[in-house]
Design a protein around this ligand. Structure first.
Ligand code: GRF
Length: 223
C-alpha cells in the first residue's frame, strides 16, 4: 500500500507532530510523515522528528514570500501530498495557501468558528462556554477559517485555568489529528463549499450536558 506523503509545519513543542508520528508507526496507517519544516531553529518538534528519523528543515527567513518559496521547494522535493500545520505560528503567504488549497490542513484548539487566533483557551474561559475543544480544518487565506473536517468537544470545568483547559483540549487534539489525516488519506473527504462530507462516517448519537448532574436528573425523571 502506498502511503500518503505528509509534510508537517511546526513552530514549537510538536506534540501534535508526535501524535502523527505515533500513528504512522503502524504500517497499516495510510499516511507517513516524510518531512518536517520549522520556522524556528529551537522548536522542540525538530528533536521529535530526528528521533523518528524523519528529515527536518529550518526555514528561519522572516520574509513571508521567501519562506513560502523555500517551503514549497522542500515539500515538492519530498513529494508531499498533504501539508499538516501543527502549531505553526506564522501567517502563510496567500499564494502558498492557494497553491495548497484543499491539500493543507490545520488543527486549532477551539470549536471553530468560535475563538480563532491567539489564546483560544483564554478566549473560551472569558466567554464562559461550558464546552470547548479542537478543530481540524482545511486551510484558507483568512486565519482559522476553512472547511471543517472534524471536531472534538471537551467540557470546561469551573476551576479551569488556561493551562488546565489547554491540557484537556490537547489530549483530544492528539486523537483528532491522526483521525483527520487518516480520513484524508483514505480519500473519504468531499468538500462542498464550507462543509466537508466524510464517506462512511457516522456522527456520535449522543447529547452531552454540562453540568452532568442534569443527566442524572433527567434519568430519575424518566424513572
Ligand atoms: C496546539 O494546541 C495546536 O492546536 C495549536 O498550537 C498548539 C501546538 O501544540 N495550533 P504542539 O506544538 O502540537 O504541541
Amino acid at each position: 500500500m502506498a502511503r500518503l506523503k505528509v509534510g508537517v509545519l511546526i513552530s514549537g513543542r510538536g506534540s501534535n507532530l508526535q501524535a502523527l508520528i505515533a500513528a504512522g508507526a503502524d504500517p497499516a496507517y495510510p499516511a507517513e510523515i516524510v518531512t518536517v519544516i520549522s520556522n524556528r531553529p529551537e522548536a522542540q518538534g525538530l528533536a521529535r522528528a530526528a528521533s523518528a528519523g524523519i528529515p527536518r528543515h529550518v526555514i528561519a527567513d522572516p520574509d513571508r514570500a521567501a519562506f513560502a518559496a523555500a517551503a514549497n521547494r522542500l515539500l515538492r522535493e519530498a513529494q508531499v501530498e498533504l501539508v499538516a500545520l501543527a502549531g505553526f505560528m506564522r501567517i502563510l503567504d496567500p499564494g502558498f495557501v492557494e497553491a495548497w488549497s484543499d491539500r493543507m490542513i490545520n488543527i486549532h484548539p477551539s470549536l471553530l468558528p468560535a475563538f480563532p487566533g491567539l489564546h483560544p483557551q483564554r478566549q473560551a474561559l472569558a466567554a464562559g462556554v461550558k464546552f470547548s475543544g479542537c478543530t481540524v480544518h482545511f486551510v484558507r487565506v483568512a486565519v482559522d477559517t476553512g472547511p471543517i473536517i472534524a471536531q472534538a468537544a471537551v467540557p470546561v470545568e469551573d476551576d479551569d485555568d488556561e493551562d488546565r483547559l489547554a491540557t484537556r483540549i490537547l489530549a483530544a487534539e492528539h486523537r483528532l489529528y491522526p483521525l483527520a489525516v487518516r480520513l484524508y488519506a483514505e480519500g473519504r473527504l468531499r468538500i462542498d463549499g464550507n462543509r466537508v462530507a466524510i464517506a462512511g462516517a457516522v456522527a456520535p448519537k449522543i447529547e452531552v450536558l454540562n453540568p452532568a448532574e442534569a443527566l442524572a436528573d433527567l434519568a430519575s425523571d424518566a424513572g
